[in-house]
Design a binder for this molecule. Structure first.
Ligand SMILES: Cc1cc2nc3c(=O)[nH]c(=O)nc-3n(C[C@H](O)[C@H](O)[C@H](O)COP(=O)(O)OP(=O)(O)OC[C@H]3O[C@@H](n4cnc5c(N)ncnc54)[C@H](O)[C@@H]3O)c2cc1C
Length: 408
């Protein structure tokens, strides 16, 4: 299929965003509506260019999330559906398991609460381990107690997105890259009660549209008359890479017990599909929504973050954590020290700079980070306004929820 071709002038469904979520939604809509016309519009010249290809690549089991939340429900459902899809499509995926390790007394109490949460969420195969049992699974790890999730897996989410794109094209949908949506007009102003979507490659009239714009989802929402609250703040996550020859010190995935006040999981050690071992990600407010380089700044992005009242309320509430994360982001020594709590034998000379990703995190005007997935309706459209981790894990289940929303 020619993904450089202009989009069709008229479709039943337009899906904006060619990341893992947009492609999962496009696939689900075509599964439910065989023969419908559908176009995926992606701003970049390739698919999966942003969060989808800049993550830890972990298929989470559903341990962390508030029982009853969308994240809890859709992570457990989505992980099962995604691992089955990978098996069916022969996409490399390794069930390497995960240990969440408590290294001091305060964390023991938090680990109890996490275990309780995980059991309420229906996470399968969980076990609580003592120090000796930790060493039998991860000989280099140290801790007082750990929660073991054997079904946690690693995958390359970009591979999954590419497989979804093939499914979409095989079902008759079309995919258009370098088709950045620049304006959206709804209702009578668009003519014929549809949505008029403009891109530099031409305009599309869509009966219904779904917006999965990741780091741009607040701007796309506002463009369509959606709520200006919440705003997306870009949170950069940098990794260190363990040098070749030393990766074997970790076999699977090692995580700390997360700080319950923060929505991130804490810097962890992840053994990728290719055998590489990454430490991270850090969590620092970024100067650009594509700050893959630490120093990258885009004035418009910076202004949007700095002018949002929620940003300052957030920073005031978490000043200590913000400074700690800045320190981890700029100093390998500091991040290694954090990781040494889990793997005492790790040395500064074992690491080199690694990749980075930028999270799209929705932040309310009141300074509260939106933790759960958030979907908003506007005229003829459904907008995904917050799809943080584990949205890649949950993509198939989240796509079903969004398709239900489209069906009204
Ligand atoms: C550092 C990091 C680690 C993570 N680790 C994990 C993990 O281990 N497990 C997990 O489940 N999740 C993880 N996540 C979260 C996960 O990556 C995201 O939740 C998921 O990729 C979101 O997918 P998406 O399709 O919504 O977003 P994206 O992949 O960002 O895709 C959005 C797409 O929309 C396009 N777009 C934007 N604006 C426009 C426009 N105007 N017109 C057309 N197209 C547009 C973009 O170019 C992009 O391709 C991690 C994220 C990061 C950053």
């Amino acid at each position: 299929m020619d993904r450089a071709a202009p989009p069709p002038p008229q479709v039943d469904f337009a899906v904006v965003g060619g990341g893992i979520l947009g492609l999962a939604v496009a696939r689900e809509l075509l599964n439910r509506n065989p023969g419908a016309s559908l176009a995926v519009l992606e701003a970049e010249d390739r698919l999966a260019a942003h969060q989808t290809s800049h993550s830890s690549g972990v298929i989470h089991a559903g341990v962390y999330y508030e029982p009853g939340s969308l994240r809890a429900k859709l992570c457990v459902e989505g992980a099962a559906a995604l691992t089955a899809y990978c098996d069916e499509r022969s996409i490399p995926c390794r069930r390497s398991g995960k240990l969440i390790v408590a290294t001091d007394e305060v964390e023991l109490d938090r680990l109890d609460r996490l275990e309780d949460r995980a059991r309420q969420n229906g996470v399968a195969g969980l076990a609580r381990l003592d120090a000796t049992e930790i060493a039998s699974i991860e000989p280099a790890a140290a801790g007082l107690s750990a929660l073991h999730s054997p079904n946690t897996a690693v995958v390359d989410f970009a591979d999954v997105a590419f497989a979804f794109a093939d499914d979409v094209e095989r079902a008759g949908g079309s995919i258009h890259t370098s088709a950045k949506v620049t304006s959206v007009r709804a209702g009578h102003r668009s003519g014929a009660g549809r949505l008029a979507i403009e891109t530099p490659r031409g305009s599309v009239m869509a009966t219904q549209a779904v917006f999965c714009g990741g780091l741009q989802s607040d701007r796309l929402g506002r463009m369509s008359g959606g709520n200006p609250d919440p705003r997306i703040v870009p949170i950069r996550g940098g990794y260190l890479k363990v040098r070749s020859g030393r990766e074997d010190m970790v076999r699977g995935n090692l995580y700390p017990v997360p700080d319950p006040d923060l929505p991130f999981l804490g810097a962890h050690l992840t053994r990728g599909l290719d055998g590489s071992l990454l430490i991270g990600p850090t969590a620092m407010l970024a100067g650009a929504r594509d700050a893959y380089r630490l120093a990258k700044v885009r004035p418009r992005d910076l202004l949007d973050t700095a002018s949002w009242p929620g940003t300052w309320r957030l920073v005031r509430r978490h000043t200590g954590a913000a400074f700690r994360e800045i320190h981890h982001s700029v100093s390998a020594r500091s991040l290694v020290k954090e990781a040494q709590r889990l793997v005492p034998g790790l040395r500064l000379e074992d690491v080199e700079p690694g990749p980075a990703g930028v999270r799209a995190q929705a932040l309310g005007r009141d300074g509260k980070l939106i933790e759960d997935f958030l979907v908003e309706r506007t005229e003829h459209a459904v907008h995904v306004r917050n799809a943080p981790s584990p949205a890649a894990t949950s993509c198939l289940a989240l796509a079903r929820l969004i398709a239900d929303e489209v069906a009204g």
